[in-house]
Design a protein around this ligand. Structure first.
Ligand code: NDP
Length: 331
């Protein structure tokens, strides 16, 4: 079987040389384990942070060992009660064609008719939960709010905007990195307004899109997006600090927003969160988002890349924005 190892710690932007495709034999299955043939694996922005040798909320990936990450596959062999060959499972040992997983690390999935198993890595999985918890709990979204989300054409952002729309937002605004993605946000996802941050002047473009200000900012990007949002937030505005992808590949610390003092007079709340603290909420999210998906009220597009040989390219591409919706590798 084949798996991808972290060969070197990237400095700044990662390159293909930081990874190695390794062939190895599978050991025999021990008691309490299942052998899974992975069908889909996820590449996510947080993985970039785990490639650094720095203390964080998750440990660094070790060098010379297979990377890990969300994956969905079919059980081939099992020594675990309640799991049998043919079962569809979600687990945390992606970046490899076959995974030997302890029974406790496996969630059996009820295959929902008409929904690809890859959805459990996106709208019905970690990114869906992130969008839901971040918007509704962390940013305390209320119907009638005007919501701005950055990274809006990505896995999390696309769901944030649509959940806000479906739950009665007054206005939903998104930013993304190309003209095509801007059109996608308004034409396919039903955003009220969108802009391309690569055109520059994020402050000015946000002001034009939000003439009456914003009540909620869902931050996937950090940097000048966060600064522009602080400038545009109304009194009592709330920010969910979800990610800061504009800084993940910087080799030097980046400056913070230069207008943070506005948070005092505007009585703003800025709150960070980590999705793994909220996994108990996943069934609720699967029920709500799954219902909207089946009814066609919400779309959860994917950019699918085929083969483990192309998984590194999928990861590097995601960091640069080659994905619309969730980036998925089909194995
Ligand atoms: P996406 O599917 O959104 O993929 C990443 C996107 O980031 C790219 O498609 C690209 O889109 C955009 N991007 C890259 N560089 C920049 C930049 N310099 N400025 C603005 N946008 C940029 O990933 P996810 O939906 O999985 O993750 C979105 C964010 O949510 C990330 O910050 C991630 O770390 C965070 N996150 C946080 C979690 C938590 O627990 N707090 C859990 C899950 C995700 P474009 O073409 O528009 O530039």
């Amino acid at each position: 079987t084949r798996e991808i190892h972290l060969a070197a710690r990237p400095v700044g932007w990662p390159t293909a040389n930081d990874f190695a495709l390794v062939q190895r034999d599978l050991p025999p299955l021990a008691a309490g384990q299942v052998l899974v043939r992975n069908q889909y694996m996820s590449v996510d922005p947080y993985m970039r942070g785990r490639m650094n040798d720095a203390k964080s909320y998750t440990p660094a990936f070790p060098l010379g060992e297979p990377l890990v990450g969300g994956a969905v596959g079919e059980v081939v062999e099992s020594t675990v009660d309640g799991l049998a060959a043919g079962d569809l499972v979600l687990h945390g040992l992606g970046w490899r064609e076959h995974a030997i997983v302890d029974g406790g690390g496996v969630t059996k999935l009820d295959s929902v008719t008409g929904v690809s198993p890859s959805r459990y890595l996106g709208a019905l999985g970690m990114p869906g939960l992130t969008a839901h918890v971040g918007l509704l709990d962390i940013a305390a979204f209320q119907p009638g709010d005007t919501v701005f989300v950055s990274g809006a054409a990505g896995a999390v952002g696309a769901l944030v905007g649509q959940i806000a729309r479906l739950r009665g937002a007054k206005r939903v605004i998104g930013s993304a990195g190309s003209a095509g993605k801007v059109a996608y946000l308004t034409d396919r996802l039903g955003f009220d307004a969108a802009f391309n941050y690569r055109d520059g002047d994020v402050h000015g473009q946000l002001a034009a899109a939000a003439p009456d200000g914003i009540d909620v900012y869902f931050d996937n990007v950090g940097g000048d997006h966060l600064e522009a949002a602080i400038g545009r937030l109304n009194v009592g505005g709330r920010v969910a600090l979800c990610g800061a992808i504009s800084m993940y590949n910087a080799s030097e610390p980046q400056p913070g927003p230069n207008n943070l003092a506005l948070a005092v007079g505007k009585r703003l709340s800025l709150r960070g969160f980590i999705v793994s603290d909220h996994f108990d909420r996943l069934p609720e999210v699967v029920a709500e988002v799954g219902g909207w998906l089946r009814d066609g009220e919400l779309v959860a597009d994917e950019t699918v890349v085929d083969g483990l040989d192309n998984a590194v390219d999928a990861f590097l591409g995601m960091l640069r924005g080659t994905n619309t919706g969730k980036m998925i590798v089909r194995l």
